[in-house]
Design a protein around this ligand. Structure first.
Ligand code: TXA
Ligand code: MG
Length: 334
């Protein structure tokens, strides 16, 4: 066990906090940092001992590769061999932002980082703390979401602390994250490009700039996105998904689990279901999908912490960011 330190960026000298974090990374330590999507668990991409520590801290299966975070295009040259035309267009349009590109890797990037794939995932996050950290460090930083493997991604420094206390050296606390779900992972080494993981950048916006793409995560493609095979985003409670605005399905599920004597928590979002109940175990998220996504993981974590046995969650309309939210809810419900 190491002592985990938290530095609140708003209340300390930001330059000094970044310098402290750089020193931790340089000696092979782990630094959790805020991005616009979720918190990442950072380590020096070129230090294999440090990368191994990230797998251990998260309890992450070794067949699940990491995203390398960069702050400048110069850093990309050491990591990716070639960037296909559509990859360039996507990067120019959406970086820094919630987009991860899967590219052919250079020999500088170790098998450990890419889980033996011949590709590497790269992202330029849109957060001042993340960008300042990566620039000051100089090299790329591996940055999986800073949660225990299988748990919902962390959207606050406290979530990181709850999951990784004792195995991360330093947490840079930049407040709650803006988007709340992870980046969209797009493989641009194939034609047409494939969305391997839906995320904060919608399929619709991607298609506006490069034309139609495939959406993977389905069986024949899942070998190309190892992370999507594993159980994910799971609360400790049993998660049950009901359809958007399905009052009957919702009340039936509620009754069913209560009759079994279960402690039931609910997360709804439509005015229809919001009327069914009240109380601390019953949470109503805003129906605006951007705000819903921002608070989804933290609400799941809060209800988990209250010790519910079953968590009934209302689905959303499956378009735009709603498609990402439904992907996460289905995985949470296993
Ligand atoms: O928003 C995000 O992407 C956050 C923040 C911290 O940047 N990071 C994140 O990392 O979600 P992680 O490790 O939790 O998820 C990375 C995803 C996994 O699904 C992994 O399988 C996939 O990216 N991935 C990584 N390298 C890949 C590769 N070479 N080919 C295909 N998929 C890859
Ligand atoms: Mg993750």
């Amino acid at each position: 066990m190491i002592e985990t330190k938290i530095l609140q960026i708003a209340s300390v000298d930001a330059d000094a906090a970044i310098e402290t974090a750089v020193q931790v990374l340089k000696r092979g330590g782990l630094v959790a940092f805020p991005t616009e999507t979720v918190y990442g668990l950072g380590a020096d991409v070129l230090n294999l001992e440090a990368v191994k520590k990230v797998f251990e801290a998260k309890g992450r299966p070794s067949d699940n590769p990491f995203i390398v975070h960069i702050a400048t295009y110069r850093q990309l040259e050491d990591i990716a061999d070639e960037v296909p035309e559509k990859g360039k267009i996507l990067a120019e349009t959406f970086w820094p932002g919630p987009l991860t590109l899967v590219l052919k890797r250079t020999i500088l990037i170790s098998d450990l980082v890419t889980a033996d794939l011949d590709t590497v995932a790269v992202r330029m996050p849109n957060h001042p703390v993340a960008l300042a950290l990566i620039k000051a460090f100089g090299e790329g930083i591996v940055g999986p979401s800073a949660n225990l493997s299988g748990r919902p991604s962390p959207t606050t420094a406290q979530h990181v602390y709850d999951d990784l206390r004792g195995s991360v050296d330093l947490i840079l606390d930049g407040g709650p994250t803006q988007i709340g779900v992870e980046s969209t992972v797009v493989d641009v080494t194939v034609e047409p490009p494939v969305i391997l993981r839906l995320g904060g950048l919608t399929q619709e916006r991607i298609e506006e700039v490069i034309g139609s793409v495939q959406v993977g995560g389905s069986e024949p493609l899942s070998h190309r996105s190892p992370g999507t095979r594993h159980r994910h985003y799971a609360p400790r409670a049993k998660a049950v998904l009901v359809n958007h605005q399905d009052v009957e399905g919702f009340t039936a599920a509620l009754q069913h689990y209560r009759q079994q004597g279960k402690n039931v928590g609910c997360i709804v979002n439509s005015p229809l279901l919001a009327k069914v109940e009240t109380g601390v175990f019953f949470r109503v998220l805003p129906s605006s999908i951007d705000i819903l996504a921002r608070y989804l993981f933290s609400t799941i974590r809060e209800l988990d912490a209250l010790g519910v046995d079953v968590l009934i969650i209302e689905g959303v309309e499956e378009q735009g960011l709603g498609a990402t939210v439904m992907d996460r809810l289905r995985r949470a419900a296993g």
